[in-house]
Structures are given as C-alpha cells and as structure tokens.
Design a protein around this ligand. Structure first.
Ligand code: F6P
Length: 341
C-alpha cells in the first residue's frame, strides 16, 4: 500500500521523529510512504514528496517538520473534493495525519463523512487534546519555559522586580501550570481558573511583606484579563484569534505595577517554545506514536489515533479525541497555587 503522511497546524519538536518512525514501521510491513507537503494544503493542491528510509535518516533530534505545515482547513475553503481527488490520483491507500485538534478534527470528519482511511497522531505543545494523557511537543515547550523562568529568577532577584512571563497554550493553561510548578512561580494565571487582578496583587503584596522583594508571575496567553477584549486580534486559517497580539503579559505587567508600585517587566516567550530539538521524553513519545500509527495503518484500523494512557500506547477514536479540548483540572492548578503569595 502507498501511505501518505502530513503534519498540520503549529509545528513542534518531535514531528520529524514521528515521521521517521512511521516510515521505518511502514517499510518493515512492506508499505511505501509518501510525504504530503504543508498539511491539508498539500492534499488540496496535490503536492507530494518521496519519503523513504533514506529521507528520514538523522531526523530524530531535528526540530520543525521536513514536510512543512499550514493551518489550511479544507472544510473552510470548500476543498474537500480536491482532497479526496488528489488522494486517489496519487494512488494512496491510507493517510497518517499528525496534528492537534484542528488538523485531527478534519481527519475525524473526513473519516466519518467519507470513510477516509486515516489514522491520527496527537501533536501540540498545548497538550489540550482529549483521550490522551500527553501530546508530544509539550514536554519540550515546558522545558524551554522552565529554563527561561530559572534565568528570570536571578535577574528578578537582583533588581527587586516582578517578572511576568507570558507562555503559549491558546485556550488551556497546561504549559503555564507545568512550567510554573517546575520553575517555582509565585503566581500562575490560566484561563481555566481565573483570579481577579485585585486578588493576584494581594498575593504578591503578601509575599513582598514577608520579605521577598521579587516575584515570578507566569501567565497563559489565553488568560482573560478583567476588561480585556478576548475577540481582538487577527484570525489564523483555522479561525483562531492570534493570541500573541492581545499582549496579555504586557497588560498584566502594567496593571501589577500600577496597583502594587513594584517595578515590573514582561517576557513573552512566543515561538521559542516551539523551536529546536525535542527533549528525550518527546523523542521517545513521538517514536512510540509513530510506530503505533504505522501498525494501525497496516491493520487497516482507520479513524483511530495513537494515544498515551499512563505508560501504555493505545488507540482511541479520532472523534473522541477531537470532541472537546482537555483543560487543566483543579488538582493540577492546586499544586501551583500552594506556592502563591
Ligand atoms: O497551538 C499551538 C500554538 O503554539 C498555540 O500555543 C499558539 O496560540 C499558536 O499555536 C500560535 O500560532 P502561530 O504559529 O500561527 O502564531
């Protein structure tokens, strides 16, 4: 069988490791693999590239995606027919789609409506996909944030400053809460557990009154600050507001300084969180997901997604995985909260 593989949505470390594992497993099972360029756009426009064992040599530690990516959604551009036509014309018998809720949402719908032979692999630094404990890319993003927080700690301490660190995560606070816990943040603000600016400042004042002259505040880019316009900003191709443009970190820093009088600075980590080499944990997870996806294709088990449950790689339905976003549960937030103030 000829198997297509695509990477869609925001890139993240570990995509190439999945591609390598899918190609290796598919070849072991006697299948041929072809790369689809730039996510769903490649199927809409019929753009493919050869992808044999030679092409995936040395890919394991490499960040980004050798296939390119985009946020093209064929359902939003009336291009589903083109996807089905190009898939058939290329002689493909199966597709491995590596992506987050949007890319896999398209895969789930194509499978439900057209019996499209697709299997999914859960990718996103946001870790917000349901039906899996972790997505690959998340561990690397958290590692990068924690390193930044550690560095900000020393300069915050020298200058008696409050340092606000804005991290990614779109509508969920997974990156903020995990990097806040690991980096010893004094305040973590995430969309799932809003706190009023008065209460946040009261916690910071309490900390400073007990002799700590600096504080680290981690805020998720999707946090709703009192009075902020959550709909402001440009939309991407999947229809999401570009959250980096809302500047929640800068506005929070300004409000903290105005209310407390503490000198405050902001650092927006941005796309640094998606760059570079994957952590060992993400390399292993991506590799296990890739092998599982190769097996699912070989077994003809379409409409499924590789997933992590505890320590085991299992498969779940794409429909279940994309039904709703996985938010940060209160128990996780409470771990971070134990160190506020
Ligand atoms: O979904 C991954 C993510 O990095 C989000 O955390 C962030 O809001 C968004 O992508 C940024 O998208 P772009 O790369 O289009 O700026």
């Amino acid at each position: 069988m000829k198997v297509g593989i695509l990477t869609g949505g925001g890139d993240c470390p570990g995509l190439n490791a999945v591609i390598r594992a899918v190609v290796r497993r598919a070849h072991q099972r006697g299948h041929e693999v072809v790369g689809v360029r730039e996510g769903w756009r490649g199927l809409v426009e019929g753009r493919f590239q050869p992808l044999g064992p030679r092409e995936v040599t040395g890919l394991l530690p490499r960040g980004g995606t050798i296939l390119g990516t985009s946020r093209t959604n064929p359902y939003k551009t009336d291009a589903v027919d083109a996807v089905l036509r190009n898939f058939e014309q290329e002689g493909l018998g199966a597709l491995v789609a590596i992506g987050g809720e949007d890319t896999l949402g398209v895969a789930a719908r194509l499978h439900a409506e057209h019996d499209f032979p697709v299997v999914g692999v859960p990718k996103t630094i946001d870790n917000d996909l349901s039906a899996t404990d972790y997505t690959f890319g998340f561990d690397t993003a958290v590692f990068i944030c924690v390193e930044a927080i550690d560095r900000l700690h020393t300069t915050a301490e020298s200058h008696n400053r409050v340092m606000v660190v804005e991290v990614m995560g779109r509508h969920t606070g997974w990156i903020a809460v995990m990097s806040g816990i690991a980096g010893g943040a004094d305040m973590v603000l995430i969309p799932e557990h809003p706190i009023s600016i008065e209460d946040a400042c009261a916690d910071l004042r309490r900390r400073h009154e007990r002799g700590k002259d600096f504080s680290i505040v981690v805020v998720s880019e999707g946090y709703e600050l009192d009075g902020a316009d959550s709909e402001a900003g440009e939309l991407d191709e999947f229809g999401h507001v570009r959250l980096s443009e809302r500047g929640v970190g800068a506005r929070l820093a300004q409000q903290i300084e105005e209310r407390t009088g503490y000198e405050t600075r902001v650092t927006v980590l941005g796309h640094v969180q998606r760059g570079g080499s994957p952590t060992p944990r993400d390399r292993v997870l991506a590799t296990r997901y890739g092998l599982k996806a190769g097996d699912l294709v070989h077994e003809g088990r379409f409409g499924r997604m590789a997933a992590l449950h505890g320590d085991a790689i299992v498969d779940v339905s794409l429909e279940e995985a994309t039904r709703e976003v996985k938010t940060v549960p209160t128990e996780w937030y409470e771990v971070a909260r134990a160190f506020f103030g």
